[in-house]
Design a protein around this ligand. Structure first.
Ligand code: NAD
Ligand code: DAU
Length: 355
């Protein structure tokens, strides 16, 4: 089975490709623009692997996208390419509109034209799986969970563009018969995550002796999903999911941000003790994210009961392994910090920067 993955040089994409290629039955065409978040080093092990092809392309480029479908004739598409960071969407939403909305539209158009000329098993088995987020459902209070029928209520420029892309994908199924499936998942964590995101940011700030910035009072809650459990879920949905359906994917591991950061500190105290005292001394409460969603929580009953998937990685163990990974893979993240990003605060803008 040949799978076209978009955004394969990002955090989830690179872990997914590694997971799929470990099953030995797939070949992968990875379409990635290599934005600031795209990192070919994350897939360096496949540079000479005949099962892996990399195409540096923008999904919003219609000619390039049509060409990639006709050249590679994939059996399925897994669409992950996106601008993914909420804070950056506050500072500069234009790139989010361009990739998440226009890019998804161009991908759907190219996929529909390609699908229209497929016949037989190749047509029957073709799927486009769109990877989306629980943030499209808005924010929860202290109780409740998002289900597949929760009404959309996105709050950030990022989640608004992801919501738009979900609607486009479903519209292309209903209107043009493209065999699409949508997944909405919670916060992923694991190796190869760009260090603007909470867990790698906290590890790197801590071991660099810098203040660890917790937004507001640290009371916001996220549901953490180990990235390999997410890859397993995507693979399961691709092979067994029902066309036209949506599946929520969660880790059943809700944590308050402050508690999560304290756990990271405790793991570091053990693995990489700090001379000046416990790492928790470095925690600093900073101005909150504008429009900060209070709590996300996923009800995964549908994927569990209909497709037999459930998370298998325990949160405490996997968090510890993740912290350990950043400790032992300094060259991976140091190369990023040697570029355009040095762990600075993002998402402070109070007006829209159109650039
Ligand atoms: P990421 O930012 O780490 O990676 C995104 C990748 O997309 C990068 O390799 C980047 O170069 C590529 N890309 C961006 N614009 C592109 C374009 N125009 N054309 C081609 N490639 C482009 O993101 P991630 O955390 O791996 O997230 C992947 C997907 O999963 C996104 O769609 C995101 O919305 C979704 N998601 C992420 C999480 C999470 O916790 N990380 C949770 C739920 C859903
Ligand atoms: O819920 C799924 C979403 O999870 C994905 O769709 C997004 O692509 C992904 O980035 C993630 O979004 P979050 O905004 O939840 O992730 P982030 O790592 O940016 O922040 C996690 C929480 O930690 C959030 O409540 C904000 C807080 N935070 C974040 C940073 C970067 C801090 O307190 N301090 C920080 O420095």
């Amino acid at each position: 089975m040949k799978i076209l993955v978009t955004g394969g040089c990002g955090f989830i994409g690179s872990n997914l490709i590694r997971h799929l290629l470990a099953s030995t039955i797939h070949s992968i065409v990875n379409v990635d623009k290599l934005t600031y978040a795209g990192n070919p080093n994350s897939l360096a092990q496949f540079a000479d692997d005949p099962r892996y092809t990399f195409c540096r392309l923008d999904i919003a480029d219609p000619v390039a996208m049509h060409d990639v479908f006709s050249r590679h004739a994939p059996d399925a598409v897994i669409h992950l390419a996106a601008e993914s960071h909420v804070d950056r969407s506050i500072d500069g939403p234009a790139a989010f509109i361009e990739t998440n909305v226009v890019g998804t539209f161009e991908l759907l158009t190219a996929a529909t034209d390609y699908f229209a000329q497929l016949t037989g098993d190749k047509a029957d088995e073709f799927r486009l799986l769109h990877v989306s987020t629980d943030e499209v459902f808005g924010a929860l209070g202290a109780t409740g969970q998002f289900t597949e029928s929760t009404a959309y209520d996105p709050h950030s420029p990022y989640s608004a563009t992801k919501a738009a892309s979900d609607h486009l994908v479903r519209a292309w199924h209903t209107t043009y018969g493209l065999p699409t499936i949508v997944t909405n998942c919670s916060n992923n964590y694991g190796p190869y995550q760009f260090p603007e995101k909470l867990i790698p940011l906290m590890v790197i700030k801590a071991i660099s002796g810098q203040p660890m910035p917790v937004y507001g009072k640290g009371e916001n809650v996220r549901d953490w999903l180990y990235v390999i459990d997410h890859a397993r879920a995507i693979n399961r949905v691709l092979t067994a999911g029902v066309v036209g359906q949506t599946y929520n994917i969660g880790g059943d591991s809700e944590r308050r941000n402050l508690d999560l950061v304290l756990s990271v500190c405790a793991i570091l105290d053990e693995l990489h003790p700090r001379a000046g005292g416990p790492y928790s001394d470095l925690i600093e409460f900073v101005a909150d994210r504008p429009g900060h969603d209070f709590r996300y929580a996923i009800d995964s009953t549908k994927i569990r009961t209909e497709l037999g998937w459930e998370p298998k990685f325990d949160f405490e163990t996997s968090l510890r392994q993740t912290v350990q990974w950043y400790l032992t893979h300094r060259s991976w993240w140091q190369a990023i910090l040697d570029g355009n990003y040095q762990l600075e605060r993002l998402g402070n803008a109070t007006t829209t920067n159109k650039s």
